[in-house]
Each structure stands twice: as C-alpha cells, then as structure tokens.
Design a protein around this ligand. Sequence first.
Ligand SMILES: [Zn+2]
Length: 410
Amino acid sequence: MIAIRAGLLIDGKGGQPMKDGLVLTGDDGRIVRVGDASKIPIPSGTETLEVPGKTILPGLFDSHCHMLLTTHSLEKRLFIPNSLEILKCAETLKRTLHAGITTLRDAFGPSDVGFRQAVETGIIEGPRLVMAGAIAQTGGHIDGYYPRDIELPFSEGFTTGPEFADGVPAVQLAARRVLRKGFDFIKVCTSGGITSPSDLPDFTEWTMEELKAIVYEASARGKAVMAHAEGNRGIKNALFAGVWSVEHGSMLDEEAIRMFLDRGTYLVPTLTAIDALANEPDKFGLTDFARSKIDVVARNHFDSFRKAAAAGIKIAAGTDNIEDWMHGRNARELELMVRHGFTPMQAIVAATKVSSEACRVDSKVGTLEPGKQADLIVVDGNPLEDIAILQDQTKLLLVMKGGRKYVNKI
Ligand SMILES: [Zn+2]
C-alpha cells in the first residue's frame, strides 16, 4: 500500500479542497481511503510519501488529442515513413503521461486499438487510452483530397484509416466496421474545419438521416459518437442527432446552448489548438488555404466558450494536440479555460470529473474516491492560486497511474 499525505487535497469533484489530505492506495492499484490525514489510520508496512506544502489531485485528462499527428506540413508528412511515425507515438504517449495526463481520448489518432493494448500490457508507457475510429464523408473534414487529384487523408499509412461512406446504408456498414475494430467512440465531423484541404468550417457534413444512423449503430453496441463541429449548423445537427460530445463548438448561439443543456451533451472546446492556430500559426506548416480559415473560427471560438461556461454546459478539457511540439503541454488547456472565464477549480473539474464522464470512464477514474483507480498527481504549489503550475514539469512531483509511480520526484 502507498499513503500520500499532502498539504492540500483536491478530489476533482469540485468541493472544498482539504488541508492535510491523505490518499491511501491498495496493492490492486485502486484507492482505498481519501480524506483528512489525521483521521485515517495507516496500516503498518505502508510506503508513506509526505508532501506538506504540495497539492494532490486526480490525474488529468486530455479528452481530445491526436497522438499520431506530428506535423501538418505536406512536405514533411511525405518524408516520414509510417514506421517512424508509429514508433514516435510511443515517445509521445510517454511524454504525455509524464506531463500528468493519465487518461487520453484519442480523437481518431489515426490509430487502431493496438496502442491501447500496448499501454495496458505495459509494452509502452502512456496514459489510459480511450479511442475513436472515424467515419468520413466524401469531401468532408477528414477527406484529404487535393486538387492535383491526390488523396492524402490523415490516415496515410497509419494503422487504420477512416471508413469513407455516403448514404444511410453505407454509413451503417461503416459504423459497424469501425465498431468491430474495438473502438470506444465513433468520430464524425458534422462541419468542415481549418486544416482540411477541401472544406470550410461553416460547411455542414452528413444528412440528419446519416448522422442518426451512426448514433444508432454506436448506441446499439453500448458506444457513443464524438462530433467535430465548428460551424453553427454543424453543431446543431450533431446535437439533434444525439452525439455524446461536441468537439470545438466554435460558433455557439443561444439555441445551440439551449440544446446542449436540454440534452446534457458534453462540449470539448479545445482552446489549446485554436489559441495556437491563432497565435502561433507558423509552427503548424499549414497550407495557405488552411491558414485563411483560422480567423473566422478564432474570432468566434473564445466568445462561444465564455457563453458556454456562463450557461453551465458540461465542459470537458481536451487540447486537440495535432503537432509534435504540442504533445506534453496538455495542461495548458486549463490555463486557457481560466483565462477565458473558468475559475481554477472549474478548470480542474473539467479536466478530471467532467472529462471522465465525457470519455465514459467515470466509473473507473476521474476523481479521488475509494474504489477508483489510483490515478493522481502531486504538484509543488497550489493550482487554485496559479493554474499554470500544472504545466510546469519542474513542479510535477508525482504521476501515478493505477497505483504505479511513473514520475516520482518526492
Ligand atoms: Zn481534433
């Protein structure tokens, strides 16, 4: 057993933080007790980590990440062998875990569930993986068709591609093909996006019949749909069709906000990627066409987040990390949430409890509670006073996943 006694304990549920808190973990990797250190007896033989003046909190989530994407430069992509990209992913996952991210939802990597199995069996180090397989419509956000009559989708040579399908019977088959591969989510794009070569962010994708057929197929197998949606109509179509989470949500109006609240749909606003595209566009190696689309999204995006936050929509933390230099700085999402209207506690809850619900793993992880997996971090300082310390790896003293220490500087 391991006992961690910290100056401050944040359980991820949003209540009052506890001074002099203790988490006791069992040999099975689960949490046994959480609470006031003075009231919890520590069994003899327990390894005890004393960290007064430090804060213990649940391991963080990134609910929207693309772990296999490392560059958007067309030239660079063409010169990277698939094997290198796949092996590099192992390093990306380790870097992400060591940054305090203990669960990551891969929003169509594009990768198959072998990565999840590699982490679960200990072949590579990484966060728990929740994985999405994608269905793409012709000419949509995932379709990498270039006017030179070349198709270069983001699945080029990776371990699994999107299933291209148009029309209800075709999307039913495509959904079943994605689900038989063992994915946890189906990813669709109900609007266009920035990085794609043949669409605009306010284009809508799929008919309502197609979307509802995909949602039905997912639910029939106990799974759910995550929808990339930037434009207003695409967002509403996704909500109306019954997706589990809307990704980005750049152009919200009152009607869309009402639909989120009525349906209990999760929003993953991916502030990190939009902020980086708006302020550091040169780092992405984007085409001129992609760059020309940033403005219209960024102009509305942060205002939409502020409106969503004020309305009380369930907001999960996800970065949409899509380049090598972004991986590992996932906790920046919390700083951006605070900059745009969340309290530090709201940001932490978004990156723990709410994200665990958005990723549909809340029965196992996401909060510090007895019975849940011992996924937790210890940071030097108080993130409620300075949320940015969560992304400062010199202040990250402990990263534990399933009771095992992956980073330990205590
Ligand atoms: Zn994405």
